[in-house]
Design a protein around this ligand. Sequence first.
Ligand SMILES: Cc1ncc(COP(=O)(O)O)c(C=O)c1O
Length: 363
Amino acid sequence: MNLPPPPSRAFASDNAAGAHPAVLDAVTAANAGHALAYGDDDHTRECTARFRELFGADVTTRLAFNGTGANVLALATLMASLPGGHHGIVCTDWAHIAVDETGAPERVLATKLIDLPSVGGKLVPDQLVEVASARGVQHHVQPGIVSITQATELGTLYTADEIAALCDRAHELGMLVHLDGARIANATAALGRTREALRSFTIDAGVDAVSFGGTKNGLLGAEAVVFLTPTAATGSQFVRKQVTQLPSKMRFLAAQFNAVLDDDLWIDLAAHANDMATELHRRTQDIAGVEIDAPPAVNSVFPQLPPAAIAPLRDWCFFWDWDTSRHEVRWMTAWDTTIDDVVAFAEGVRAIVGPALDADRVG
Ligand SMILES: Cc1ncc(COP(=O)(O)O)c(C=O)c1O
């Protein structure tokens, strides 16, 4: 088969993308001279001020090395603020904390995740009422924190109203709310491309703590935990050290965030990734053999492909399986995906899927 050259950037993950030049420049600039360690430096002070400005409130920001660490730090801090510290964490059965963190929250917090079935990776308020029926039963784990993901692991979005309803119900039931925002930038870009959009589904909705992703959106490697309600942050500086997420050379993490918070570059980068996914969907959804349930809400497309197409297409240009039982794969775009990458990939899909569909039919 005569295949076109593969795109220069594959569609594996936004984690596979490099860092944005502005981030690299900021790290280089932050390298000048000495600065006191552990956050006592001007870059970190600027960063925490920038997050206060971003959320329009006196939020507390703790920088961390990676997304799993940010989640553990957020959850451990919230857990410490609950009386007794014996509570469990409610999430979906798709949640990164439940599926892809090697049990880190359970191990570090000595807690139990109550991972509930979900439609599209989203919880609904009635599920909280149901788990709260365990309240007061000494044999059952006591739900104390709700952790939701925005954008979800399935590339779907909660509306701001849906999150507000979850927060209201959680708070009525005495639970705190954590939002895993590894892709919060993509969610913000999809829900309005403004700071107001971000605020609408976080601080205005009543979320207590956010893991604010940076690494998937053009940073070299930095995440932030932002505590939105004042009491939620209590003890977070100590918990961060205990969960091994206190960077000594914090200035380099802060400088990365400062680079993308400037002029809301973080929203532009994510909006671009989302747009590339929309374009990828537009250019592949009519190819015979490609079945896509829904257009992308953010930066991932989940097509079902003829089984015989998956290996050759992946050999030509890499991507991950998603649900092998239905031959579903994930194509993910990033801040640096170009329209040429999308066009080249769509051409390859067209060239490989058609013949594979015929092979499957014959087989
Ligand atoms: C929803 C979600 N949360 C958190 C993370 C962060 O994980 P890591 O510890 O690999 O930075 C990821 C990364 O894939 C993710 O998809």
